[in-house]
Design a binder for this molecule. Structure first.
Ligand SMILES: Nc1ncnc2c1ncn2[C@@H]1O[C@H](COP(=O)(O)OP(=O)(O)O)[C@@H](O)[C@H]1O
Ligand SMILES: [Mg+2]
Length: 243
């Protein structure tokens, strides 16, 4: 579904991604891991068009998308969540999601249709209790759900989820992992999931790609990757949080 080839991103003299190649198969949940600063968010930024890449190719079902603007990439069916949620604070929870349903698809949803769609998505993520409330009232778990709802409202076929469990307690983490599984199973959405909580990630993903200093150092089934000496070494000195 997604083919990333030789993807390179430089910030001035610093190389954040150095020739990263991998594929995402239709219907899979791919885990993307690596120490802090290894390039995970930068990779999402390049695939979603938020950042232009310095070299390499990004193909969605064979079509090159690396020169498209973020709105066009979103309309083609790639949605992403942000590691740090930044909802529109002056809009309600419902309006935040309706904006995504209105502008994020090429379905030309009217405002009323967008609101209907937003309610459905809020129901799905478990945030339908008080849709007229301000997002300022949401805690960390609620903000992550809102972030996911905004992405889903654009009706993606590929979801890039960036570190969705940070700041959540154990039961919230479990719920979030179950929700991702449900999104794949019931909506048929392919998922790339960046997550630090390894134990939770390992239970959900089909495959894992590991980045370190902007390079792909390993790729494979969760148990293979966890035992890979290069992966163990890359994580030395950093605490891997086990759920
Ligand atoms: N816009 C930017 N300008 C300069 N450096 C950046 C920018 N975005 C990310 N970086 C750097 O690129 C590296 C990778 O960052 P990031 O992709 O956020 O890592 P991760 O998500 O794996 O923690 C880091 O060293 C970070 O400081
Ligand atoms: Mg990051």
């Amino acid at each position: 579904m997604l083919t990333v080839g030789g993807l390179t991103k430089r910030f001035g003299g610093f190389t954040a991604l150095a020739g990263v190649s991998f594929e995402v198969a239709e219907g899979e949940i791919l885990g993307l891991i690596g120490p802090n600063g290894s390039g995970k968010t930068t990779l999402f930024n390049c695939v979603s068009g938020a950042l232009g890449s310095s070299a390499g190719s990004i193909r969605l079902r064979g079509e090159e998308i690396s020169s498209l603007t973020p709105d066009r990439i979103c309309h083609r069916g790639i949605a992403r969540t942000f590691q740090i949620p930044r909802p529109f604070r002056k809009l309600s929870i419902l309006e935040n999601v309706a904006v995504a349903a209105h502008y994020g698809t090429n379905r030309h949803n009217t405002e009323a249709q967008a609101r209907v769609r937003a309610r459905e998505v809020l129901e799905l993520v478990g945030l339908a209790a008080d849709p007229e409330a301000s997002p300022a009232l949401l805690g960390a778990g609620g903000l992550k759900k809102l972030e996911l709802a905004r992405a889903l409202a654009t009706e993606p076929t590929l979801l890039l989820a960036d570190e969705s469990l940070g700041g959540l307690d154990l039961s919230e983490m479990h719920d979030a992992a179950e929700l991702l599984k449900r999104i794949r199973r019931d909506l048929g959405i392919t998922i790339v999931w960046v997550e630090h909580i390894m134990a939770t990630l390992m239970r959900v993903v089909d495959r894992i790609v590991v980045l370190d200093h902007g390079e792909k150092i390993a790729e494979g089934r969760p148990h293979e990757v966890a035992e890979d000496p290069k992966v163990v070494e890359a994580y030395l000195g950093e605490k891997i949080v086990l759920a």
